[in-house]
Design a protein. Structure first.
Length: 294
């Protein structure tokens, strides 16, 4: 049995809450995401290199995937776990570009699960399963998790309760990894928002049962199982990604309304605009962590 809250619910967002946002329809998301359906912040250039930023969303998303796969330290013949795999862009790049022999993806979205299964990628297994319930048969060479950590706790929990949940996540990853292996994590985190105000800011009609972590909580929760070896806060990566998504959404308004409804277009247009505002106000941050297993 997984460790759960007293209400016998997952520690964070339930499968129903995830489905509410992500199971609008893959064809809907295809209209305004990149061609690989990567629904998380892209990486627009490397801050440590004097090179030009990627010129398209597609290239910026591939740069993000490459960042995490290289940070996880995986290569030919290795195994990878992707916690919150979305529509499988990380899994696909791992097996096609990095020679990974076995890649497992976890998702709570039935649309994403069915999509990845239909790709029939060699060596890839996708599971419609909460990470709290997952029991792998063997250890992995590396773990990545992009855009899932935000959903691991829900509003109303104390800081101590949230840290305890995050700690159990890191303990699980520690047990699933080979000695000295890496975990590469990307998550929205709270910025200059007091803890007693965070529940007033995040729109629960967009991501129900979801509450992003504070940076300090992530580091506190991981200290006994992982060594942090890299951290970056790239708010502008999400601002730029959201702006491109918003432009694409608006450009396909008629198709979106015909496919779904006017209300769906209005909902997502408002959500993207609001998210840009929150990141620009520094209320939200975009953090990437690389951890080494103790």
């Amino acid at each position: 049995m997984s460790e759960q809250t007293p209400e016998n619910q997952p520690s964070g967002a339930s499968a129903e809450a995830i489905s509410y946002h992500y199971d609008v329809g893959t064809e809907f998301y295809r209209l305004w995401l990149d061609r690989n359906l990567t629904y998380s912040a892209a990486r627009w250039g490397d801050p440590h290199q004097a090179t030009a930023s990627p010129v398209s969303l597609e290239l910026a998303q591939e740069a993000k995937l490459d960042f995490h796969l290289k940070a996880a330290g995986i290569g030919p013949g290795d195994s990878l776990l992707d916690i919150g795999c979305g529509w499988g862009s990380m899994l696909r790049r791992a097996v096609e570009q990095y020679g990974v022999a076995e890649a497992t993806g976890l998702t709570l979205s039935s649309d994403q699960y069915n999509y990845v299964r239909a790709l029939d990628l060699p060596g890839v297994e996708v599971r419609l399963e909460n990470y709290e319930d997952y029991r792998p048969a063997s250890k992995f060479s590396g773990i990545v998790s992009v855009g899932a950590f935000e959903h691991f706790t829900r509003p109303g929990l104390s800081a101590a309760e949230k840290v305890a949940i995050y700690r159990r996540f890191f303990e699980r990853c520690h047990g699933w990894l080979n000695r000295g292996a890496h975990l590469s994590l990307q998550s929205i985190t709270w910025g200059n928002v007091p803890r007693d105000r965070s529940s007033l800011i995040l729109a629960q009609d967009v991501f129900p049962e979801t509450d992003p972590p504070y940076l300090a909580d992530v580091l506190e929760a991981s200290v006994s199982t992982f060594e942090p070896i890299y951290l970056e806060n790239r708010r502008n990566d999400y601002i730029q990604t959201l702006q491109v998504w918003l432009e694409r959404l608006r450009a396909r308004q008629r198709e979106i309304e015909a496919m779904t409804s006017t209300q769906t277009f209005v909902f997502y247009e408002r959500y993207l605009r609001g998210s840009i505002y929150r990141f620009k106000k520094k209320e939200l941050q975009l953090c990437r962590f690389v951890f080494r297993r103790h």
